[in-house]
Design a binder for this molecule. Structure first.
Ligand SMILES: *Cc1c(COP(=O)(O)O)cnc(C)c1O
Length: 382
C-alpha cells in the first residue's frame, strides 16, 4: 500500500463491533476487569488507551518500525528517549538543533550527568572524532532547525553501526510522509506531532517509533512510569490530522518551492535556505534519501530593519512560533525558538538577527507571495 493510502486508513478498525469509520474517543481513565486475571487488554489509560493504541498502530505502519508511542508533546517524547541513558553516558548532538532540545540537554539532563557534544553533522569526520569510549548515541535532525542543513543520514547510520551507538533522528521537519528513517537503519525516530502530523496548529503531541523490540519495551516502561501520555481526545485529533498529511504536505512543499524561487530573485533577501533549491549543499543528499524537500524555508534579509517591517506588515502569514500546519507561519528564531542557544554557538552555525523562518501552509501560493511582497515593501502598494 502506498503511504497516502495508508494515511487515510489511519485508525480504521475493521474489528470494531459497531463498524465506526472514525475511531471512537475512549474517554475513560480505567477499564473494568471481568474477573480475576481477565483484562480486556486495557487496564488504565496511562498504560494504554484504545484510541491511543489505534494511533500508535497507524504510526508504526507508517514509519515501518516495531512499535510507536504517543506522548503529550514533542518534548515529552524527547525526554523519554533521553531517559534510556544513564549518568556518565555521552551523546553526540547536532550543533543546529531545535532550541527546546538544546535547552533540555544543557539545563536538565546535564544535571543528571549525561554528557553531550555538539557537532556539525554535515561534517562526517567531526562526528566520528567526537566519539568517546562512553558515547552511546548520536541525535540528529535533518533538515536542521533553523539553518536547514542536511546530514548524510546513511553515513551517520553507518558510523552508529560500526561504533555500536544508537542513531536517534528527530524527523519533525520532513514527517513520516516524506522520510522514514527507520527504513535506512535509524534506531529511534522522534516527531513533534504538533507540527506536520496533526497539521492544524490545534494540539500538542509527540511520537517515538523504533525498529528495535528491546528499545520499545524500555520506552513503554519509561512512558508508563513517567506518564506523559497523549490524551484520548488528542489521540483522536491526531488520527484525523494524519489522514490528510499526504495532501497537505504535497501542497505545502509545492508552495514552498515557488516561494523559495521567488525569494531568490528579491534584492532585499541575501540568502534563501531551502533544500529544494538545486544549489543548496544538501539538495542531492535529500533527493536520494527522501520523497521531497519539505515546506520549511529560512531566509536572511539584507538589513535588520527589514525584519520588523516584514513581521509587522504580513497579513496572511502569521507571526507565530511553531510550524507544519495548514496556516503559514513566520518566526524570528534568534528571539523565539532559539533564544536559549549561547551566542558563540549561534555564531558558529550562522544564526544571526537577520534570519527569519517560514513554515509554508496550504494557502494559494500567489496570495502568499503577494503577502511577502507587500510586507517587504512596508504594506500594500497603491
Ligand atoms: C517543535 C519541535 C519539537 C518539540 O515539540 P513540542 O511538540 O513543541 O513539544 C522538537 N523538535 C523539533 C524539530 C520541533 O520543531
Amino acid at each position: 500500500m502506498k503511504l497516502s493510502t495508508l494515511l487515510v486508513r489511519a485508525g480504521i478498525n475493521r474489528e470494531d463491533v459497531t463498524g465506526a469509520v472514525s475511531m471512537p474517543i475512549y474517554q475513560s481513565a480505567t477499564f473494568i476487569h471481568r474477573g480475576l486475571g481477565l483484562s480486556t487488554g486495557f487496564d488504565y489509560s496511562r498504560t494504554q488507551n484504545p484510541t491511543r493504541f489505534q494511533l500508535e498502530k497507524a504510526i508504526t505502519q507508517l514509519e515501518g518500525g516495531v512499535d510507536s508511542l504517543a506522548f503529550s508533546s514533542g518534548m515529552a517524547a524527547i525526554t523519554a528517549v533521553f531517559m534510556l541513558f544513564e549518568s556518565g553516558d555521552h551523546i553526540i548532538i547536532s550543533d543546529d538543533l531545535y532550541g527546546g532540545t538544546y535547552r533540555i540537554v544543557n539545563q536538565i539532563f546535564s544535571k543528571y550527568q549525561l554528557n553531550f557534544s555538539c557537532v556539525d553533522i554535515t561534517d562526517i569526520e567531526s562526528v566520528e572524532n567526537a566519539i568517546r569510549p562512553n558515547t552511546k548515541a548520536i541525535f540528529i535532525e535533518t533538515p536542521t532547525n533553523p539553518m536547514m542543513k542536511i546530514a548524510d543520514v546513511k553515513r551517520i547510520v553507518d558510523i552508529c553501526r560500526r561504533n555500536n551507538l544508537l542513531c536517534i533522528f528527530d524527523n519533525t521537519f520532513l514527517s513520516a510522509y516524506l522520510f522514514q528513517p527507520l527504513k535506512i537503519g535509524v534506531d529511534i525516530v522522534i516527531e513533534s506531532a504538533t507540527k506536520y502530523l496533526s497539521g492544524h496548529n490545534d494540539l500538542l503531541a509527540g511520537i517515538v517509533s523504533t525498529s528495535k523490540q528491546d528499545i520499545a519495551e524500555k520506552l513503554r516502561f519509561i512512558q508508563n512510569s513517567t506518564g506523559a501520555v497523549l490524551s484520548p481526545n488528542d489521540s483522536w485529533l491526531l488520527l484525523r490530522g494524519l489522514k490528510t498529511l499526504g495532501v497537505r504536505m504535497d501542497r505545502q512543499q509545492d508552495n514552498a518551492q515557488k516561494i523559495a524561487q521567488w525569494l531568490l530573485c528579491r534584492p532585499e533577501i541575501s540568502k534563501v535556505l531551502y533544500p529544494g533549491l538545486p544549489h543548496h549543499p544538501g539538495h542531492n543528499i535529500l533527493k536520494e534519501l527522501a520523497n521531497g524537500f519539505g515546506a520549511m524555508i529560512s531566509f536572511e534579509v539584507v538589513d535588520i530593519a527589514l525584519v520588523k517591517r516584514i513581521l509587522e506588515n504580513l497579513e496572511i502569514i502569521s507571526f507565530a512560533e511553531s510550524l507544519g500546519g495548514v496556516e503559514s507561519l513566520i518566526t524570528y528564531p534568534i528571539e523565539q525558538t532559539h533564544k536559549d542557544i549561547p551566542d558563540d554557538l549561534k555564531k558558529k552555525i550562522g544564526l544571526n538577527d537577520r534570519i527569519l523562518r517560514l513554515s509554508v501552509g496550504i494557502e494559494d501560493s500567489d496570495d502568499l507571495i503577494m503577502d511577502l511582497e507587500h510586507a517587504l515593501l512596508g504594506g500594500p502598494q497603491p
